[in-house]
Design a protein around this ligand. Sequence first.
Ligand code: DU
Ligand code: SF4
Length: 226
Amino acid sequence: AALRALEERIVACRRCPRLVTWRQTVALAKRAAYRDWEYWAKPVPGFGDPAARLLLLGLAPAAHGGNRTGRIFTGDRSGDFLFAALHRAGLANQPTSLAPGDGLELRDCFVTAAVRCAPPHNKPTPAERDACLEWLVAELGQLERVRVIVALGAFAWDAALRADARVSGRPARPRPRFAHAAETQLPSGRVLLGCYHPSQQNVFTGRLTEAMIDAVLARARRLASD
Ligand code: DU
Ligand code: SF4
């Protein structure tokens, strides 16, 4: 219930003028394949199991993905790869995430992003990054059972460090560096795991393979249940 109230506050957020404009601009310049869609065009809250021990953290909603469907990682290539991996790991009831109402349920995991509005070129400004951190801190406050955070990419890794510093009152020192399969215990006691972002680019070039993300998720599941 508290998580639901938080969702409503996130969806109503208008703090970043550039992104308020951009999420709407993108919605008006629809992709041909989505011309019949009414785009969400608002901030995208996290999605998943409120009792999750595992949190997956992305960068921001995709312009024609989350910004279209209103659900994070839903309706874009990154999400296709991510949810298929969650399904193989036993963390999702189905391998696809098409749109709200498609029956997708996550078990023991919650998926969210460091920034909640689709940014131009997937690149939020430092001010936007800092403005949106509050929502991650608030979600972590509600998701009390989370023991492991999987950061999808360096931007998410830094956001997790910042959020954990806010939650615990102290930064991790020396600052842990992002790498694929990097692992560090945060001052809160939670564990942070790095994973290359499942972007179309990373997957297409083979920088991130199914076997690589499967190994990170297996490690995350083990740490979460230790
Ligand atoms: O201003 P900054 O040094 O980039 O730190 C911003 C943010 O990053 C801080 O609130 C926590 C996190 N952090 C950390 O976890 N460990 C460090 O050694 C330095 C910063
Ligand atoms: Fe609000 Fe975050 Fe969107 Fe900025 S990016 S308007 S802080 S939800």
